[in-house]
Design a protein around this ligand. Structure first.
Ligand SMILES: Cc1cc2nc3c(=O)[nH]c(=O)nc-3n(C[C@H](O)[C@H](O)[C@H](O)COP(=O)(O)O)c2cc1C
Length: 178
């Protein structure tokens, strides 16, 4: 997906494997792993979630990372952050149920989401090489289109979030300006 993305996008993988299990008890003093996660989310212009589906839901490790990013209360790192959700699995529904669960969670966290295109990818060995290369032309074309749309969506949300934009005004002022 990185290779198929527009050139203006740069990617950084946000590590989640070293996070302890989130507990409210950490809120008074976040450990370095929790701080690093929040800083990485806040430094990014957008977050692209790439995940498998576990037992028809979000894998526990990913949900744990999201819980860390959302806390302590009042410091939700996902607020207004543009997001995309994509996943692949050997099953024919290609992580659709995980993605649906993610949309509920991200909505609650006030994270705008790329709504279309949706991307439910069925993993087949003949489509993907050992190094992650997309060998199938139509899948590569679709994923390139997805990344183009993701880049455009991130740019739109960043513009809407910019200081002075209509969405940034007090509600009464915004109504008057329309
Ligand atoms: C605990 C567990 C639950 C799974 N549940 C689902 C599922 O609900 N739907 C699905 O399509 N695949 C499911 N799978 C298969 C995963 O999609 C598949 O193993 C995937 O390649 C795992 O990716 P990962 O190695 O990045 O974790 C499950 C796998 C595991 C280990």
């Amino acid at each position: 997906m990185i290779h198929l993305a527009p050139e203006e996008l740069e990617f950084t993988e946000i590590t989640i494997k070293d996070l302890p299990l989130y507990s409210y008890d950490y809120d008074a003093d976040f450990p370095p792993e929790g701080r690093a996660l929040k800083e990485a989310i806040e430094a990014a212009d957008g977050i692209l979630f790439v995940s498998p589906e576990y037992n028809r839901s979000i894998p526990g490790a990913l949900k744990n990372a999201i819980d860390w990013g959302s806390r302590p209360w009042g410091t939700n790192s996902f607020a207004r952050k543009p997001t995309g959700i994509i996943g692949a699995s050997p099953g024919s529904i290609g992580t659709a149920v995980m993605q649906s669960s993610m949309r509920s969670v991200l909505s609650f966290l006030d994270a705008p989401q790329l709504n279309a295109p949706e991307a439910y990818i069925t993993y087949k060995a003949e489509v993907f090489g050992d190094d992650g290369e997309v060998k199938d032309g139509s899948t590569a074309k679709f994923l390139g289109h997805y990344m183009d749309e993701y880049a455009a969506f991130v740019a739109r949300v960043l513009a809407a979030n910019a200081p002075g934009h209509i969405g940034d005004l007090e509600p009464d002022a915004a109504k008057l300006s329309r």
